[in-house]
Write a protein that binds this ligand. Sequence first.
Ligand SMILES: C[S@@+](CC[C@H](N)C(=O)[O-])C[C@H]1O[C@@H](n2cnc3c(N)ncnc32)[C@H](O)[C@@H]1O
Length: 354
Amino acid sequence: MTRRTWRGVLRRLEAVLGAVLVNACGRAARADWAAANASPLNPWTGGCGRCHGRGMDMLRMHEIAEAGHRILNPFTEEKLMLLGEVCRLRPAQRQLDLACGKGEMLCRWADAFGIEGHGVDISEVFVPLARARAAELGVADRVTFELGEAAAAVRAMTGAATPAMTEPTPADTEATRSDIEAARAIVDAAHADIEAARADIEAAPAERRQYHQYDIASCIGATWIGGGLAGTVALMRPAVRDGGLLLLGEPYWAEDTPEEAYAALNMLGGEFATLEGTLDRIEAAGLELLEMVLADGDSWDRYVAEQWWTVSDWLRENAGSPDAPAMREYLETSRRTHLRYQRRYLGWGVFVCR
Ligand SMILES: C[S@@+](CC[C@H](N)C(=O)[O-])C[C@H]1O[C@@H](n2cnc3c(N)ncnc32)[C@H](O)[C@@H]1O
């Protein structure tokens, strides 16, 4: 077997194993999302972690509650566009948006500022809507969306173990088996070829690597994808060019937050800080804070209060659904905790860093 054939064997093995890993990661991540959103870490649910005991998939809960939203965070359209201006976006800049939701940020910024972008999200409901929005705004040639787990996708992009998100077909498996047989024969027969193949193993991922290709990487309201702010920064950094921007959408606590608010919002874990504490965390992650746009009570209402009507309608139309009790509890808890604590004590903003 020639060196070229070896390279084919190894590439195919790599692709098949990688695809298995990506799919396993995606399934695990959906479970992680459920766990994160059922835990005290969750900034979005206003304490609906308690609903998790009813066995409803928490991502599905958000897909229902945010059916009427385009922006899945406490920003209004005005704040979203202000953020684009603040970031000094220019035509043809490239942005990677992790946990992109319905893709509103990339689509609107492509339309208004001429950027290009790629979004990744785990929701089978949100990703097709993001693609539809890109088509509606006439930016589908500049903005693409991928259904996948963000951490696995970005690692694949920057050269770690996970390439394309496709199930290996039986033909792949069969081909791989015979390739392995062929490879065994070669290992016995030609040590020189094995050395050459080793060089090819090292060379192949490098060819795939697309380090530092983006001008901007963003994770708006989902830093659990990297296990918190620092982990998400570490995840995003290899994708961004030197001097590029990292946009982090994070909650923060008001200085005078009473203890009972943490419990009521199911956030006892201390993963969010005050505004100044958030600056400390950003700096500890090795970034400089350049700018920020913050939500306010009114923009929180557009995110949270707008869900109430949507869920109320859903409950009227789906009274017999097995998900109805969990959705009812979500609605009741959301109303009460938002009015009592969230609107007042839980801030949220997008921090523009370099
Ligand atoms: C609060 S929403 C924010 C969406 C979007 N960034 C926005 O601001 O409109 C969180 C998003 O994270 C997605 N998500 C959760 N876990 C994920 C993961 N591990 N990989 C990719 N997306 C994920 C959800 O599907 C959801 O769209």
